[in-house]
Design a protein around this ligand. Structure first.
Ligand code: NAP
Length: 292
């Protein structure tokens, strides 16, 4: 068996096209351009790359972007003051605080300071709290897990009653992913670093979401024949034999897992592009919530 490839790149393109059309319609109707503000504290190279990608994507889709960078030693008060200013700015519909923040800052307080109607990352405690409650809906859902869900939906995977295993319980991926799957009536098991018999538990999954942050940890034996596997992991592995001196991979050993799974998302080319597309969709949604 050779698994179908869940093409996140192509799916993300579809989402971006939908967003672009909706943005153009809003502008044609005389509404302001949706605007995304990013807040970067310090000069972490990976974070700078992510912020740059988000800025370019906004421009491509006809949205405004406002990039704010503070010094690495910015105080809690400075960061919160910037967030307050952006909360009050009508040109800013969505606010993204680039994580991780430097250790001296209180991340929870800063995320809590973001106006809930501008919380396009979905990390405000009220949005996360609503995700965890039956019968309640968050205004925004975190982009990476929501992207995984859209990939499952676009692949025609039936979530109702399915056994889903989420490998990882972080605030930004694993936990909201598990909550989203429960909301969609899957039966969910959450695994983490203290889980016993990890391969056996993963091998029970109809749907396996790998967000563990360990390169190619999920092997063929961990996957039930016919399962659907979504690889959230992103790793850059140094390799002198490659032209660039490195290669990119995920949390899943893609080739061998493809021998048993029904469908697998690759990394790169899977969840990554979908995450940014979801961010753009949330920014548009923020503009709709605030202006319509
Ligand atoms: P994280 O905060 O480091 O969380 C990793 C999770 O995996 C934790 O819950 C941890 O358990 C668990 N874990 C670690 N080692 C384990 C092991 N040996 N056995 C079992 N569980 C283990 O990572 P994250 O932020 O969720 O990110 C996960 C991966 O996704 C990373 O590769 C990251 O780069 C990638 N990512 C990609 C995107 C994207 O857009 N494509 C976005 C975000 C993240 P404990 O809770 O017990 O520590």
């Amino acid at each position: 068996m050779t698994a179908k490839k869940i093409d996140g790149r192509a799916m993300a393109k579809e989402v971006r096209e939908e967003v672009k059309v909706s943005v153009a319609k809003r502008i044609a109707a005389g509404k302001p351009k949706p605007g995304l503000a990013t807040v970067l504290v310090g000069s972490d190279p990976a974070s700078e790359v992510y912020v740059g990608m988000k800025k370019r994507m906004c421009e491509n889709l006809g949205m405004n972007s406002f990039a704010h960078t503070l010094e690495a030693d910015a105080s809690q008060e400075e960061v919160e003051a910037l967030v307050s200013k952006l909360n009050a700015d009508p040109a800013v519909n969505g606010i993204l605080v680039q994580l991780p923040l430097p250790d001296h800052l209180d991340e929870e307080k800063i995320l809590q300071a973001v106006d809930i109607t501008k919380d396009i990352d979905g990390f405000h405690p009220i949005n996360i709290g609503r995700l965890a409650q039956k019968g309640r809906e968050s205004l925004f859902v975190p982009c990476t897990p929501n992207g995984c869900l859209v990939m499952l939906d676009k692949s025609g995977v039936d979530l109702e009653g399915a056994n889903a295993v989420v490998l990882g319980r972080s605030n930004i991926v694993g936990m909201p992913m598990a909550l989203l799957l429960v909301k969609r009536n899957a039966t969910v098991t959450i695994c983490h670093s203290r889980t016993k018999n990890l391969p056996e538990i993963c091998a029970e999954a109809d749907i396996l979401i790998a967000a563990v942050g360990r390169a190619e940890m999920v092997k063929k034996e961990w996957v039930k024949p016919g399962a659907v596997v979504i690889d959230v992991g992103t790793h850059r592995i140094d390799d002198d034999t490659k032209e660039k001196g490195y290669y990119l991979t995920g949390d899943v050993a893609f080739d061998e897992v493809s021998e048993v799974a029904d469908a697998v998302s690759p990394s790169p080319g899977g969840v990554g592009p979908m995450t940014i597309a979801m961010l753009m969709r949330n920014t548009l949604r923020a503009a709709e919530i605030q202006q319509d």
